[in-house]
Design a protein around this ligand. Structure first.
Ligand code: 8YV
Length: 323
């Protein structure tokens, strides 16, 4: 068991490796002594830090965990926890929690939004009107989303929420995942390349991390839409690491695929100039879960997880490896 904090009556010391959002910061301050992250990762209160507050993009490696002898819990405000060394945490008996489910709707909504924007060229249409180009003639024709073939890479909770929405657009849905889910009424393909081959739109919603790094590579992009007269469109609402960004830019520049809708990038918040220059790409700044309602629900759940663990109660939503 990790050592208890020096004074059990005091507000427990926690380290915020992600800056707490305004919608949760006062509540955290009320219950904990919150220490901002230290660039050198040697927090002054290292000996008494019992919890870490993190976001889906945070990095918490074995080195930091080793420097916090009283650490009991790492609470991630996000569903993805690919930046957390869960094995190192577990080997020290440190619980890792995340915030699944509460963001499914928002991320699925955004995936559909990016597909629509990329297919119907909504950002370009908006610019067309604002820039006064309409009186000179109509915009070039876009392409139809309804009835098209959708491939989903990752058929977890969010993948299924995307599929439910896409079904309402009459899309023919297929997917790839670690294993087939026979209870679902969609076609399963064992590889992402085989799925891409039979898809007009490919939506990526698989966890990040070593197992999926650059899963969408040049071969997958070449396969996307190959079986159709029209080239394919890629949408990524997962992690930038899942797509080989250099290969994607090449594919877009060379017309190997027709377009893309991207919410996540390899080196956020950095987005390569070549990508930003492409007119047939729709970009958003990692906003999959960024609505007031959902961020509040995520923050409340992450807070509960943190508080419960520090009170010796069971976490509400431990990551699967800690269940
Ligand atoms: C957020 C995310 O960017 O849930 C995730 O995995 O990537 C996002 O929802 C972030 O974690 C908010 O703190």
């Amino acid at each position: 068991m990790p050592a208890a904090a020096a004074n059990p009556d005091a507000r427990p010391d926690i380290l915020a490796v992600a800056k707490p959002m305004a919608l949760i910061a006062p509540r955290l301050d009320e219950h904990f002594t919150v220490h901002p992250d230290d660039p050198g990762r040697a927090p002054a209160a290292a000996a008494t830090i019992r919890g870490i507050w993190a976001s889906g993009e945070s990095r918490v490696g074995a080195d930091l965990i080793a420097r916090l002898p009283a650490l009991q819990v790492i609470s991630v405000m996000g569903v993805g926890y690919d930046g957390i060394d869960v094995a190192a945490a577990r080997s020290r008996g440190v619980m890792v929690t995340h915030t699944p489910d509460v963001l499914n709707d928002d991320v699925a909504d955004l995936a559909i939004g990016l597909m629509l924007c990329a297919a119907r060229q909504l950002p370009a249409a908006d610019r067309f009107v604002r820039e006064g180009r309409w009186p000179q003639g109509p915009m070039p024709l876009a392409r139809k989303l309804s009835g098209a073939r959708l491939g989903i890479v990752g058929m977890g909770r969010i993948g299924q929420a995307i599929a439910r929405r896409a079904a309402a657009f009459g899309m023919a849905i297929a997917y790839t995942a670690r294993s087939a889910k026979p209870a679902l009424p969609f076609a399963y393909w064992p590889t992402v390349e085989a799925l891409a081959e039979v898809s007009d739109f490919l939506v990526v919603i698989t966890p990040g991390g070593a197992g999926t790094r650059k899963l969408i590579d040049a071969k997958v992009l070449a396969a996307l839409g190959r079986s159709s007269a029209q080239k394919g469109i890629l949408v990524n609402v997962a992690r930038g690491s899942v797509v080989d960004e250099a290969a994607l830019i090449d594919a877009l520049e060379q017309g190997v695929i027709a377009g893309a809708g991207l919410d996540v990038f390899e080196n956020e918040p950095g987005v390569p100039e070549r990508l930003r220059a492409l007119p047939h790409v729709v970009l958003s700044p990692h906003i999959g879960s960024a609505t007031r309602q959902t961020r509040q629900a995520m923050a409340d759940l992450a807070f509960d997880n943190l508080q419960r663990c520090l009170q010796g109660l069971a976490a509400r939503t431990p990551v699967p490896e800690c269940r």
